[in-house]
Design a protein around this ligand. Structure first.
Ligand code: COA
Length: 152
């Protein structure tokens, strides 16, 4: 599963070194991994979700590390996975707010009703994006106890 994003996040390291970094990652260990398998059961696309505490106490979810194996790209795997994970959280936990940090053109995530909030303070080339009802999101961002998600 960790191999799926190796070409994007390998940083020139060999595969073994990259996999060792993934296995040691706290953010990877603490999140929940969701996988869209190909017909033969191999992981085609994966993403990580983290629960995020909101000042209101209502649940929010941060998505990340979205990657599809190079040979499966452009076949809708990531799109279906993102939609499925959102629907499951909405249905099972009543989640109304989703966040992600985009390293790619935000138009990809705008398809799933994410909008750009701000550049990530720690990594300005990534954009913090949110999916929520606009009034709810505005209220949340203006809340004095709201903290910018820091799960990545
Ligand atoms: C981005 C990524 C997850 C898309 O996965 P996928 O399974 O190919 O996505 P889908 O088939 O559901 O959707 C394909 C669409 O994504 C778009 N897309 C792919 N890479 C993109 C990029 N870097 N920027 C913007 N859009 C991109 C394609 O243009 C395509 O658009 P189309 O439907 O109009 O042709 C995949 O390219 C990937 O793993 N990239 C490396 C890891 C990465 O950068 N992840 C995102 C981190 S924020």
């Amino acid at each position: 599963m960790y191999r799926l994003g190796y070409d994007a996040w390998g940083d020139g390291n060999g595969l073994d070194a990259y996999l060792a970094t993934c296995r040691a990652s706290r953010k990877y260990a603490e999140g929940v991994w969701w996988i869209h398998a190909a017909a033969d059961g191999a992981p085609a696309s994966a993403l990580l979700s983290h629960d995020i505490p909101l000042p209101s106490g209502s649940p929010a979810v941060g998505l990340g590390s979205i990657a599809t194996a190079p040979e499966f790209r452009g076949r809708g795997f990531a799109s279906r996975l993102i939609e499925d994970v959102i629907v499951r959280h909405e249905r099972d936990a009543g989640t109304e707010v989703f966040f992600l940090f985009s390293d790619i053109a935000p138009a990809f995530y705008e398809r799933f009703r994410f909008s750009t909030v701000m550049p990530c303070p720690r990594k300005p080339e990534s954009l913090l994006m949110a999916r929520a009802e606009p009034k709810k999101l505005a209220g949340l961002l203006a809340h004095p106890e709201f903290q910018i998600p820091d799960y990545f």
